[in-house]
Design a protein around this ligand. Sequence first.
Ligand code: LMR
Length: 401
Amino acid sequence: TWSAVPAGPPDPILGVTEAFKADKDPRKINLGVGAYRDENGKPYVLGSVKKAEEILTASKPDKEYLPITGLPEFTKKAALLAYGAESAPLNSGSIAVTQSISGTGALRIGGAFLARHYPHSKVVYLPVPSWGNHTPIFRDSGLEVRGYRYFDKGTVGLDFVGLKADLQAAPEHSIVLLHACAHNPTGVDPTQEQWAQISDIVKEKKLMPFFDMAYQGFASGSTDRDAFAVRHFVSQGHQIALAQSFAKNMGLYGERVGAFSLITSDAAEKARVDSQLKIVIRPMYSNPPLHGAQIANTILGDKLLYSQWEGEVKGMADRIISMREKLYGTLTHDLKTPGEWGHIKSQIGMFSFTGLTSAQTKALAEKAHIYMTADGRISMAGLNTSNIEYFAQSVDAAVRG
Ligand code: LMR
């Protein structure tokens, strides 16, 4: 029956983990998937998460189903975290929000909802490059995926001229996907002034802005600062769509905690959108998992835990920044590796887009047991004081050929 099913390629990101696991060399390093590792290279369960779990266990919760759109207390707090207490649509009760299976699930709910109910367009513009999963998520949601220029290989920075020209040239009302902060995979974000200009173009061209905010707090260490673009757009009257993930900023990867929200015109419109979100979600997975949402809800709802969590997010962001400095220093000053490496320091968030070619990344895997995605993206969180020298030396050898 299945003889005509062709073998598919491994996932460009999660496939790297499979290759890493199969490698038995003790020096091996996994810089593929964006999952935080502590100074010892181990997964990190935040202290605030452990405490929240203790509080939860002590409260002897049951295992009942959540509503289709998830834990209402959690989604309320998730929206507050993203939009901020001053948000006009939040305060007027016109934001429709649902819990989601982390960021991917939020994007998929949003994609499916827009494909079915957005009356003006079926076209979504993604930055080039974008997170590898964006294209299949939106394509499988029933949208046509196109690209807008984002990254300039020459300057290893933002191609702002290309970005503006492509958004100006997009058909009116197209959907445009924007990374709210810590752009994945490049680590290159627009400045606040550039965001203001993007907002103006989006308004002029009546584009539908869809933000993916997978790294709130992780870019700068401040959840408010990282929400700048989202809040600026909302203050300019844009009715944005927003995907949120708590995988990175709370380290809740496998718990799959996220939220999708959509700004509507008023409470009555919100109620209608809510009803249709349920109709999109129910046949997909019925209702979302309970435990992770309860953890996030406990942290966001408790003053002490909240400030502990903020400190822990900043701690993760700071360790990554220190690894950027160390890697830059080792390549540039100690090893004098050919090339310009300043972008390793200036890029933001979990990833560095190194500029290594796919041949070099292949050589690093085969010769040095170092794994990264083929586009040369490395998860900075996989580096620590014990492996960074070995990594830098291996990069130096790969670059010199
Ligand atoms: C990544 O880009 O590595 C993360 O967002 C994890 C994933 O699911 O791809």
